[in-house]
Ligand binder design. Structure first.
Ligand code: GLC
Length: 669
């Protein structure tokens, strides 16, 4: 049961697809201040709070203050309040169980026991929003009702469940070819290689450098023949350059965001000065979406949308003010406060609130300040692409995922978890964000495996891969200037090969559980707390997940570990220690706490009683997986059946997925 309450004049975010009528009754569970700007609730001692999608800290969000505000911030330390997505949905799980969705496209602050340990206090930027209060017996019931409300999640193309390699600094087609050859020669399966901003001509969207990527269409075709998809990046900012048609069309048709004087709003990102397409204007959005055709015509069938919070290095006005301020320090004996002031002047140039306040949208006739709709900018960029794909290539399911997001965008694309670091703590953060994102509808997701910023080690790469093989979006991505981390760079290639192959062996299961979760508004990744209700140990587990209906994972995320403690939440779970898809040993575990030895070249999968895990013989890419080799490792006696979901074609830009039930073909170990 869901109740909806309207405060003020909400801006339509289109987060909700199956909307309901406004309730006339009294608001349940929470107290809302008279002007609507504050929502509060007293938490019981043991209440847990879940949700918030892309955010730092644990699965249980209690004990911190968060803001849903799309932010370009690569330092995901535990004291941050927001990351790239804004997902204002939480569930209180305690004496009372209910969900809260604050549908508001700008900043919402969730103080979850930070100011006062027992208070949940939500502050909404302006009291113009829709509030949904969701009832249910369990957190999972609430998730399902919420997900029904917001509409069906995106189903990515089957090939994008294969492994994907990326790095910012594949500068030429030769570099890309070299990556592909290394993967293939080492017998490492792979399905895609990414093109970061390096492929463009002077960082201009929808251009390809002739010099570094000559004969691009031919290149795309030649790598496709090797079953490799190339996935280029598209940034939100359009370079200001006379003669660049995308810029000129945008300028001439007033498709760009404006400043307070009605002139094009100018800021700087990779190419220097840019304008931002006004994705909230339907004509501008349609125009931008159709630009992807330039690349789909060259054979491209996947994209990642970036810098769409939008990220701003500096604005023209911000930079002028900064220069004035810096000049005022010249010749001074700069003491502590002046020095901090000087530093902050430069650091404060990026992604500044003042800049966003000076940026305006023309929402089909109505002029709206960016600060009122900040969180749905990236969402609308991505929707513009997704809408266009259906017209441009209705016979293809084009891969799409974005950095910035808001609830509702989950219907059109996936997201990646942004610029993380090669830190051990970010393996755990990767794990913890999976269920939180699933709650908000984002199923096609994953972190930059092995870490985007900073230098990795071989051990970290292996341990991260052992979690990465379960991420629907399984991409190794790293920043310019960091240590190279393609898997063939490391010494123990056998271990990397085996784990990559294990991913491919698991694809029938992962893809099936993914599609099932989409169809049933379910979570593919569940905290143990959601599955084992009433078990206080399960409720406290922050570093293990149920993956689909049959298995549990418990990855290692600490250096120099020989294993880890695992809470086994039910009797007779099978722990399958995979060295490779064909080389494994099995242990039986009883319910309770155990120390499980897990060397760093192994993945352990816990199979639930009465269930069996389907595996296929791995191939070098998804196209070469032979489903006739399907077999099971089981924790069941007989009469076992499993429903496999298979992509059998594409209609109107979406995968057609067929179900096949497979019976009794299992190996009991
Ligand atoms: C942003 C993206 C990152 C990309 C870089 C260069 O930081 O988040 O993934 O590599 O820009 O385009």
């Amino acid at each position: 049961m869901i109740n909806k309450y309207i405060f003020g004049k909400p801006f339509e975010t289109n987060a909700v697809q199956n909307d309901i009528h406004e309730s006339s009754g009294k608001i349940g569970y929470v107290t809302v201040s008279e002007d609507g700007s504050e929502i509060s609730y007293t938490l019981g001692k043991n209440d847990k709070v879940y949700g918030l999608g892309e955010a730092v800290r644990g699965i249980n969000k209690r004990g911190w203050i968060y803001e849903t505000y799309c932010s370009d911030d690569p330092m995901h330390t535990e004291t941050k309040r927001s990351l790239y997505g804004g997902h204002p949905f939480i569930i209180v799980d305690g004496e009372e169980v209910f969900g809260i969705f604050v549908d508001y496209p700008d900043r919402v602050t969730f103080d979850i026991g930070y100011t006062n340990v027992n208070s949940l206090n939500i502050k909404v930027g302006e009291p113009n929003y829709k509030l949904y209060i969701i009832d249910g017996d369990t957190p999972l019931d609430i998730v399902k009702s919420f997900r029904h409300l917001i509409g069906r999640s995106y189903i990515a193309p089957f090939w994008s469940f294969g492994f994907q390699q990326s790095r910012w600094s594949y500068n030429t087609s030769k570099d890309v070819r070299n990556v592909i050859d290394n993967y293939r020669q080492n017998d490492f399966p792979i399905d895609a290689v990414y093109l970061d901003i390096d492929y463009m001509d002077s960082f201009k969207d929808f251009t390809v450098s002739d010099e570094r990527f000559p004969d691009f269409a031919e290149f795309v075709k030649s790598v496709k023949d090797d079953n490799i998809h190339l996935v280029p990046i598209i940034d939100a900012g359009i370079k200001i350059e006379n003669g660049y048609n995308v810029y000129e069309e945008g300028r001439d048709n007033n498709y760009f965001c404006k400043d307070k004087n009605g002139k094009d709003f100018i800021a700087a990102v990779w190419p220097g000065k840019v304008c931002f397409p006004d994705f909230l204007n339907s004509k501008a959005a349609e125009w931008f979406g159709m630009k992807y055709k330039i690349l789909t015509d060259l054979g491209i069938d996947g994209f990642w949308n970036d810098m769409n919070e939008p990220a701003i290095f500096y604005s023209e006005t911000g930079l002028e003010k900064a220069f004035e301020k810096i000049a005022s320090y010249k010749g001074k004996n700069i003491g502590v406060y002046d020095f901090f002031g000087l530093k902050d002047t430069v650091l404060g140039l990026s992604n500044s609130y003042d800049d966003y306040s000076g940026m305006y949208h023309n929402v089909d006739g109505e002029i709206i300040c960016h600060n009122k709709i900040h969180n749905i900018y990236g969402y609308n960029m991505t929707k513009s692409a997704s809408d266009a794909f259906k017209k441009i290539e209705p016979d293809k399911n084009i891969l799409m995922f974005s950095r910035a997001s808001y609830i509702g965008m989950h219907r059109y694309s996936g997201i990646w978890m942004g610029d993380n670091q090669s830190w051990w703590s970010h393996i755990k953060l990767n794990l913890q964000m999976l269920p939180s994102l699933n709650m908000c509808g984002f199923l096609y997701t994953g972190a930059d495996m092995v870490g985007f910023g900073d230098n990795c080690t071989e051990e970290l790469a292996l341990r991260w891969l052992a979690l990465g093989i379960f991420n629907p979006l399984m991409r190794n991505h790293s920043a310019l200037g960091t240590r190279n981390q393609e898997f063939y760079r490391f010494e123990n290639r056998t271990a990397f090969r085996n784990l990559l192959k294990l991913r491919y062996a698991l694809i029938p299961y992962l893809y099936s559980e993914y599609v099932k979760s989409v169809e049933n508004n379910d979570m593919m990744f569940k905290p143990l707390a959601f599955e084992y209700r009433g078990d206080k140990f399960a409720a406290a587990v922050e570093d293990q997940l149920m993956v689909g209906e049959y298995i549990m994972i418990a990855p290692v995320y600490e250096p120099n570990a020989i294993g880890r403690s695992v809470y086994v939440p039910e009797e007779d779970m099978l722990a399958v220690h995979f060295k490779s898809e064909n080389d494994y040993i099995i242990e039986h575990y009883s319910k309770g706490h155990h120390f499980v030895e897990i060397p760093n070249d192994e993945v352990v999968i816990f199979i639930r009683k009465g269930k069996a895990l389907p595996l296929v013989n791995s191939g070098d890419c998804t196209a070469n997986l032979d489903y006739s080799t399907l077999h099971f490792i089981g924790n069941t006696e007989s009469n076992f059946e499993y429903t496999i979901y298979v992509e059998s074609g594409v209609k109107e830009g979406e995968s057609i997925v067929e179900k096949k039930t497979i019976k009794n073909k299992y190996t009991l170990k």
